[in-house]
Design a binder for this molecule. Sequence first.
Ligand code: UTP
Length: 481
Amino acid sequence: MAATPATDSRERDLRDRYRSAGQEHVLRFVAELEPARREAFFDELEAVDLDLVTRLVRGDDAAALAATGGEIRPAPLVRLPSTDAEREAAARARDEGERMLRDGSVAVLTVAGGQGTRLGFDSPKGMYPIGPVSDRTLFRLFAESLHAAAATWGPYPLWMILTSPATHDATLAYFADEGHFGLPKDRLLFLMQGSMPAVDDDGKLLLAAKDRLATSPNGHGGSLLALRDRGGLAAMRDVGATTLYYFQVDNPLVPIPDPVLLGHHRLGHAEMSTKVVPKRSPDEKVGVLCEREGRTCVIEYSDLDEARMNERDADGDLVFRGGNIAVHALERSFIERIVETGEGLPYHRAHKKIPFVDERGNRVEPTNPNGTKFEMFVFDALPEARKTVTQEVAREDEFAPVKNAHGEDSPDTSRRALTEAYARWLRAAGVDVPRDADGLVPGAIEVSPRFAHDAASCAARVRESGPLEYRDGWVLTHDES
Ligand code: UTP
């Protein structure tokens, strides 16, 4: 395994850099590596921003993250319409959002770079079969929503999908196998986000193998840097898109794109807007939309004190109730401002079990958290926005995430929520969908986005189709007539 002079000098440079950062141990197994693996490892090491790692390990970024003082209030909400005035405001927002969709000023971003550890699914989460009857995958559902958007409003919005080294190749292969779901290829863009190395409890970089660092995707906030570095912002400029509609890959109930949020965002002259749902209970583990010193922010459940968590208004509603569901509208110019200089958003720490290779070269699967991952969160952009809008929506209509393999926020709860939402659209359209003793649909049904993508389009399609009769395992597709 003789090294070439070039390899020698690469190794020397790397040793110098990593030694001065106190991280030379990562080169401990280099002499054992085959030349090709050694070169690939050197590529990886050269790409690491060691200054950033050193600052994060030292905690030099504490000020950027701290934001703890100051008066906290709940963010003002555009409430779920219950009065005529609120319904009229929602209708005006819808009109404006539809105008934006018709004139092609909206692009869509699905963040799908997460590791999906809690779900424990072998492939990228977007490939999870979520259709309650058809088993259509999350990606297929979203693709069909974009076909529906194009059929309703005109142009296909540019659809960008954030991937990470963990999901990129499999996601691309899946889209290719599926013929890109028939979407125009020039309206589809995959952006691979960056990674961050993980450190142990002494701040030392962990090795996942003798020739590989332990790394993880740099958080959904890394999407803003990926938009800059992987051509997303340039593509938006090329197609004339000024506003980005952002959502997570694990929520099959999200309307794509939602003209109402887009319209509120535009009419409110907002730079970044957010959808929230009323928290289920004071201690639900969800971030809450707040204002601190006049700036919008998300306060994580662990940082909201008991008194605020339980505070109720005169109607008995939680005062701090706007739970973040990570559906946003962002102005392109705002993203450009955030990423113009520097590293983007602040990094949060997550103390996790991180498998590693020890100093003897043995792989260790820790049973307790042994190290720290660094992640950016997209909602940390909110305080930078000059104006924001926070729109309250009904959980049962718009939020059914697939996070866990079982129990809450699992495929079972998400599929059930889809069936019930489709049933509400159909009932509102005059179709008789039965209820069991618990008030639930006594089976599973599914509405393809190409049949209808919301209650209003469902009513229109049912009017066209003539009488429809419920049956368990019903799938309404665009061919239904
Ligand atoms: P979660 O924080 O729920 O993480 O991501 P996850 O990766 O899906 O699942 P766990 O925590 O490992 O079980 C919320 C959304 O943000 C995306 C995910 O793909 C999901 O859509 N995400 C998360 C990224 O795109 N990149 C990241 O680095 C992290």
